[in-house]
Write a protein that binds this ligand. Structure first.
Ligand SMILES: [Zn+2]
Length: 178
């Protein structure tokens, strides 16, 4: 498929999606502001769509997506913004089964821009070799870092931080034990 065709396909999808969206809700959230009640940090994987997983409408979730749901300063800044300015109290780090970024880290991939991600995941998973356990540890690592970072910034208003793993085969969501 030509690249121009892909752009046309995107434009057509956007028009269809706009027509199907709740126009009144769109106007309310646009004019009166957003009041999301959960911040979700999740992978960029095309099979992991937080709004679908949580059945969320416009304005409900503040979503931060990055391959491997890793955490660095940009993500911390995004969390702080949503908590402090939008008064969003809950953060969920959402890992998932079959994560390519975790797989790349397990396979020892490094270098390039991907190395920024796999290095961070390797730090999170240590010697773990099991892919599912590695996904859990990767999410748990981000939860621990968030708790440490925001323990020093109570004024941000981050009240609760949880980890979860989504199964891309069954669609089940499981929260990690603290
Ligand atoms: Zn992933």
């Amino acid at each position: 498929m030509e690249h121009n065709d892909l752009i046309e396909r995107l434009a057509a999808r956007a028009a269809l999606s706009r027509a199907a969206e709740d126009a009144a809700l769109r106007e309310t959230t646009a004019l009166q502001g957003q009041k999301p009640w959960a911040i979700v940090i999740c992978c960029s994987d095309s099979r992991v769509i937080p709004e679908r997983i949580f059945g969320a409408a416009l304005g409900e979730l503040f979503v931060i997506r990055v391959a491997g749901n890793v955490l660095d300063r940009h993500q911390l800044g995004s969390v702080e913004y949503a908590a402090a300015h939008l008064h969003c109290p809950l953060v969920v780090v959402l890992g998932h089964t079959g994560c390519g970024a975790v797989g790349a880290a397990l396979a020892g991939e490094s270098g390039g821009f991907i190395g920024y991600i796999t290095d961070e995941i390797r730090l999170a998973i240590g010697e773990e070799r099991d892919p599912l356990r590695a996904c859990e540890k990767n999410a748990a690592h981000a939860v621990t870092r968030l708790r440490e970072e925001f323990a020093g910034h109570p004024e941000a208003g981050v009240a609760r931080i949880a980890g979860a793993v989504y199964d891309i085969l069954t669609g089940e969501l499981r929260f990690l034990k603290d």
